[in-house]
Design a protein around this ligand. Structure first.
Ligand SMILES: NC(=O)c1ccc[n+]([C@@H]2O[C@H](COP(=O)([O-])OP(=O)(O)OC[C@H]3O[C@@H](n4cnc5c(N)ncnc54)[C@H](O)[C@@H]3O)[C@@H](O)[C@H]2O)c1
Ligand SMILES: O=P(O)(O)OC[C@H](O)CO
Length: 314
């Protein structure tokens, strides 16, 4: 039996497997894992021998520590089907989104489906391609159980993957989810040719929006200012490696975007917009991204309506 299993063999699950192979054997499970030793979602990376590839969920879930590297909108149905195999384990979520139906982050979905599990979140600024190439990366490992947090931090750190510990699970996971929404907005700004000054404004006001919602939902403001919030927001709003940013850029230019690409911020913008209404919170950027992503507004109208809101204090 291997110590660590990763469920989800997309770009991120595979990259984490490559990184953790530095510490020993890792099992990588995927429903579509028939591509040999190179994942087409992570081209140019040959998987080391320490990674055991499998599509057998029963054997993969024998490990005590299981990382869930599925997209946020796929997690609920996966848990509905497979929670009995996962309950009682240490479950580390890496998904960056808010479930559109339940309006909660992955940690709550997991805790509800697996009430005897220890739930943690691994998040922060990290492109799969960077991690897989062994580039230095710093992440946040958040867990409400301090002893488990210390153990997971040690187990999942490597010489080039440095994990910082937190007990603010809500803050860590909301930072990762909400930055994707703002990254789409930043992409729209750049795609539409509004310039770098406008992007800085979107990042800053987006951060204010992220903090407003997250603290309302129980997060600590300093968590939002850490790797999982501001750190990831900075990365994703400024790099064309980001799928959320590129999706926004395509919207800004009025171009098509490959619908098979995982763009977590699109559904999460709708979830955030719904949360804003439900909790009576002002979330203008998220609401606009939700509209744009569904084709419900033009970029020109979106920019005008954000710029002509009533003037207020910062
Ligand atoms: N790619 C990155 O750089 C990166 C970095 C940090 C975090 N993340 C997060 O990791 C999560 C996964 O992203 P990714 O980049 O690996 O996506 P991806 O598009 O590369 O892969 C998604 C994988 O999930 C699988 N999948 C989807 N629905 C499934 C289901 N119901 N059952 C089983 N498997 C299912 C797909 O088959 C695919 O292998 C996202 O929440 C993303 O935000 C990604
Ligand atoms: O490519 P994105 O936009 O999904 O971003 C990947 C990671 O979340 C960056 O930390």
């Amino acid at each position: 039996m291997n110590d660590v299993t990763i469920l989800g063999s997309g770009a991120f699950g595979t990259a984490l497997a490559v990184a953790l192979a530095a510490n020993g054997s890792v099992t990588l499970w995927g429903r579509d894992i028939d591509w040999g030793r190179e994942n087409p979602r992570l081209p140019g990376v040959t998987l080391p021998d320490q990674i055991v590839l499998t599509n057998d969920l029963a054997s993969a879930t024998k490990a005590d520590t299981i990382l869930l590297a599925l997209p946020a909108q796929a997690l609920r149905s996966f848990l509905d089907q497979h929670a009995r195999r996962l309950d009682g384990k240490r479950l580390v979520s890496t998904a960056k989104g808010i479930d559109l139906q339940r309006l909660t982050g992955p940690s709550i979905l997991i805790a509800e489906a697996c009430p005897n599990a220890t739930v943690a979140v691994l998040t922060g600024p990290s492109f799969a391609a960077d991690i897989a190439r062994g580039l230095p990366t710093a992440l946040t490992l958040a867990c409400g159980d301090d002893a488990a947090a210390v153990d997971l931090q040690k187990m999942l750190s490597t010489p080039v993957l440095r994990l910082y510990r937190s007990n603010d699970v809500t803050g860590a996971e909301l930072g990762g989810a909400l930055k994707n929404v703002i990254a789409i907005a930043a992409g729209v700004v750049i795609g539409a040719g509004f310039g770098d000054s406008a992007r800085a404004a979107i990042i800053t006001r987006g951060f204010a929006e992220m903090t407003r919602l997250a603290t309302h939902m129980g997060a600590r403001a300093e968590t939002l200012a850490g790797l999982s919030g501001l750190g990831d927001l900075t990365l994703t709003c400024t790099s064309a490696q980001s799928r959320n940013f590129r999706f926004g850029q395509a919207l800004g230019k009025g171009e098509e975007f490959d619908p098979s690409t995982t763009v977590e911020g699109a559904a999460t913008a709708r979830a955030v917009s719904a949360l804003g209404v439900k909790l009576d919170l002002d979330m203008p950027i998220a609401a606009m991204v939700a509209k744009l992503a569904q084709g419900g507004a033009s970029v020109k109208t979106a920019a005008e309506s954000l710029m002509t809101r009533p003037l207020k204090e910062e």
